[in-house]
Design a protein around this ligand. Structure first.
Ligand code: SF4
Ligand code: SF4
Length: 294
């Protein structure tokens, strides 16, 4: 930890470099070129970019290479030309005031969400490693106000955890935030050891105070790292350009929030607050810092 505090510019170097040069302005430029061109596709236009491009005051070296991992996320824009690569189930996007956005704004918002999710997943991996931190894999501290930590899981991910499963009509009719709390054998669920619960919104692993994920190893590493659940790959800085109205509710609508959320408990979020604010500014998103484990 002392090493991190003294040298965070050095140990976070690669992540800081990515935060300072977000890919979205370059994607925006490519989208503009695409809309101005008659026939050329996104890949061809990206490949024809010069060795160095400047946009929004940022210089990108080898822009074709920078853009390559994000081209699948940009494919949705092809819907504007009636191209074949767009997702057929493009959701309707609404403003926070409830007005439906036009096709162009909806596509841009969903595309920016997809691009930033990809970019921030990478940035998170670069920043998390040097922290020697296991906060995401442990329940709240024994003296914390919060009683449990929830790790949402997809149906196919529950096989990764050899833990008791609570899957009943009553668990499936409620959620962990319900008041009064869902009880197992007469006790609130969070007073039991770690277990998997099937809620109305889907499965999650519940880690009570002072307990950790069964895959957290003594060295602080994950025993199933290559296979770890999707949520464990998610960053502590994440885009909320658009979001679903409610988790678990079958509703294809999205709401445009234009926000960047960062979890304040995470050590690299605290260390890099100013750089994260700059990243939000370049992406034209409002910044929200939130505490997860109180
Ligand atoms: S699966 Fe791995 S990354 Fe996810 S909570 Fe458990 S130890 Fe942490
Ligand atoms: S809180 Fe941050 S540094 Fe700690 S494990 Fe989670 S992502 Fe990594």
């Amino acid at each position: 930890m002392a090493f991190r505090e003294k040298n965070f510019d050095t140990c976070y170097e690669k992540g800081i470099r990515m935060l300072a040069r977000p890919v979205w302005p370059l994607c925006n430029l490519l989208i503009l070129l695409y809309l101005a061109a008659e026939k050329e596709g996104l890949e061809d236009l990206a490949a024809r970019m010069p060795e160095e491009v400047e946009t929004q005051g940022i210089i990108y070296e080898k822009p074709a290479q920078v853009l390559k991992p994000y081209l699948p996320a940009l494919k949705n824009m092809e819907i504007l030309r009636g191209g074949g690569g767009a997702s057929p189930d493009m959701p309707a996007v609404f403003s926070t005031e409830g007005q439906v956005l036009d096709m162009f704004d909806s596509l841009v918002a969903c595309t920016q969400q997809a691009v930033l999710e990809r970019e921030l997943e990478k940035i998170n991996s670069l920043l998390c490693g040097p922290c020697s931190c296991t906060l995401c894999c442990t329940g709240p501290a024994p003296d914390a106000r919060q009683e449990y930590f929830e790790i949402p899981l997809l149906e196919h991910e529950i096989r990764l955890f050899d833990l008791p499963r609570i899957d009943s009509a009553s668990s499936r009719a409620c959620g962990p935030e319900d008041d009064p709390a869902f009880c197992v054998d007469g006790h609130p669920f969070f007073e039991h050891p770690p277990a998997l619960y099937h809620w109305s919104a889907g499965w999650s692993m519940i880690l009570p105070r002072g307990r950790s994920c069964p895959h957290l190893q003594e060295a602080g590493t994950c025993g199933i790292y290559p296979e770890r659940p999707r949520v464990c790959r998610k960053p502590q800085i994440f885009p909320v350009v658009v979001e679903k109205p409610l988790r678990g509710v079958k509703d294809s609508r999205m709401i445009r929030q234009n926000a960047l959320l960062a979890v304040w408990d995470c050590p690299y979020v605290k260390d890099l607050k100013e750089k994260i604010l700059d990243y939000a500014g370049i992406n034209e998103l409002k910044m929200v810092f939130r505490e997860n484990k109180a």
